[in-house]
Design a protein around this ligand. Structure first.
Ligand SMILES: Cc1cc2nc3c(=O)[nH]c(=O)nc-3n(C[C@H](O)[C@H](O)[C@H](O)COP(=O)(O)OP(=O)(O)OC[C@H]3O[C@@H](n4cnc5c(N)ncnc54)[C@H](O)[C@@H]3O)c2cc1C
Length: 448
């Protein structure tokens, strides 16, 4: 039996002019990272028809991203094999949710089609994005986020022999450095903004999570420096040098590439559009969930880093809980709660030790671009008192990334609240956007 049923006639019923096809499933999972894959396996365990969709060309999410010569770890390979072979699970790669059409209906765009996807239960496993903060030179070719560099290398970008500086804050810096070294790059410095005391506090607690301790020991890097902050990058059309603050002194390093990221921010756009409540803590906004990973909207669950950044182990535990809870297997869901609590404690420690401090607000100069899609400078943004005014007057957030980068930076730099995300959540084909007309409310069963 197929995991999802494809219908040919409901198109006429919901929109007489549509070219999209309609599909339906019992459980729809958005995101095929550690959380989504675990949720899929759990939700399909009692026969429910499950669809997992992800905008990447292959499942695995951020941490298990593969590419030429890059293999996912054994635990990921086993999970991927199990999910891919499951008769009740269908994985849709290169498929992104671009909008909410009606209650229990999402609009999905694949490489070749638009799909109106109807679901009975929905599990959001949309992960997190890297937080980029502007500093002079950050828009030069050759500057990326730390996770961004890692993704590019995994995707096949050659860095052999390149001199690289990695900066920002959080455990992702060391993961990116390890990937770059393995690919033959020369790491000049891994500059951690957090103080030596904060890093030591984090390291001293790691024995509570032995696998993380082993990981940290494997990834330790001689170029790692705490209390170090990227100030600027210079070069003529490409990266030529990076200047960093190291304690009281300033150092300039000749280099070919710079990667700088300040932790992760949960990806909440779809949850917001569905009306799910968010929760705010330590400057991070995430999807609010209860003990069973249920959101405040009926039949909608959320798991993994969209509910708060905490690493793949936490994402997997949450995915299992959400998947079982969605099919009413509450005893099974409950059995993963201890595991979730263990990794929540790790996430809380990382959040405190690598919290951003206000000194980072001084990094951009008045002429530093904050919105790099629409070329809007820090000075131009500062002339306004809130995001909407800045957007109306400067076009910030109206470019290709739809404010995902500059909006997050503006939240931190100016303390602005961002309005609720609206569809389309990402760039989409005209043919897909034509499907965005309102649909009459239907019950999940009526389109099958
Ligand atoms: C760039 C980057 C690199 C990272 N590298 C590491 C690392 O090396 N080591 C580590 O421990 N942690 C890393 N992390 C942290 C990592 O995100 C988590 O540890 C783990 O992957 C979280 O799992 P998840 O399932 O919650 O989310 P993810 O793995 O992020 O999976 C979410 C998936 O949902 C997809 N998605 C989101 N919105 C939509 C939509 N509207 N339509 C379709 N698909 C959608 C995303 O493309 C993504 O594939 C990285 C994070 C980022 C952002």
């Amino acid at each position: 039996m197929n995991a999802a049923s494809t219908t040919t006639t409901p198109d006429e019923r919901v929109n007489p002019t549509t070219t999209a096809r309609s599909e339906s499933c019992d459980v729809l999972i958005v995101g095929a990272g550690p959380a989504g894959l675990c949720a899929a396996r759990a939700a399909a365990s009692r026969g429910a028809q499950v669809v997992v969709l992800d905008d990447n060309p292959a499942p695995g999410g951020q941490i298990w991203r593969t590419g030429p010569g890059v293999e996912a770890p054994a635990v990921a390979r086993a999970l991927l094999r199990e999910v891919s072979a499951h008769r009740n699970i269908r994985i849709l790669n290169s498929a992104k949710v671009v909008g909410v059409l009606a209650d229990h209906w999402l609009l999905v765009e694949t490489d070749s089609a638009a799909i109106r996807m109807q679901w009975s239960k929905l599990i959001l496993c949309t992960g997190a994005r890297e937080r980029l903060l502007p500093f002079p030179g950050w828009t030069l070719p050759g500057v990326t986020g730390a996770g961004g560099l890692q993704a590019l290398i995994k995707g096949g970008m050659p860095v052999r022999g390149e001199r690289i500086v990695i900066a920002g804050t959080g455990p992702l810096l060391l993961a990116a450095a390890a990937t770059a070294r393995k690919a033959g790059a020369e790491l000049l410095m891994v500059a951690e903004h957090a103080s030596l005391q904060a890093v030591a506090r984090f390291a001293m607690q790691l024995p509570r999570w032995p696998s993380k301790l082993v990981q940290a020991l494997q990834m330790r890097d001689a170029a790692y420096r705490a209390s170090s902050t990227m100030l600027s990058v210079s070069g003529n059309g490409m990266v030529e040098s990076a200047t960093l603050q190291q304690g009281a002194r300033t150092v300039t390093l000749a280099c070919d590439r710079v990667a700088c990221g300040y932790g992760l921010v949960p990806n909440t756009s779809l949850a917001e559009a569905l009306g799910c409540n968010l929760h705010h803590a330590d400057g991070i906004t995430a999807i609010a969930v209860d003990a069973q990973q249920a959101t405040t909207v009926d039949a909608v669950y959320a798991a993994g880093e969209c509910t708060g950044t905490g690493g793949s182990e936490s994402a997997m535990a949450q995915g299992n809980i959400a998947g079982f809870a969605a099919i009413g297997e509450l005893k099974m869901a409950h059995s993963y709660e201890k595991e979730r609590a263990r990794w929540s404690a790790f996430a809380a420690l990382a959040a405190t030790c690598f919290a951003l401090d206000d000194s980072l607000k001084k990094l951009p100069h008045p002429d530093t671009l904050v919105c790099r899609c629409e070329d809007v400078s820090h000075g131009a943004m500062q002339a306004h008192s809130h995001w909407t005014a800045a957007k109306i007057h400067t076009r910030c957030g109206m470019g290709a990334c739809q404010g995902k980068v500059c909006g997050t930076a503006a939240q931190f730099l100016y303390g602005w609240e961002l309005p609720q995300a609206r569809m389309p959540f990402s760039t989409a084909r005209i043919g897909t956007l034509a499907e965005c007309s309102p649909m009459p409310a239907t019950s999940p069963d009526s389109a099958r």
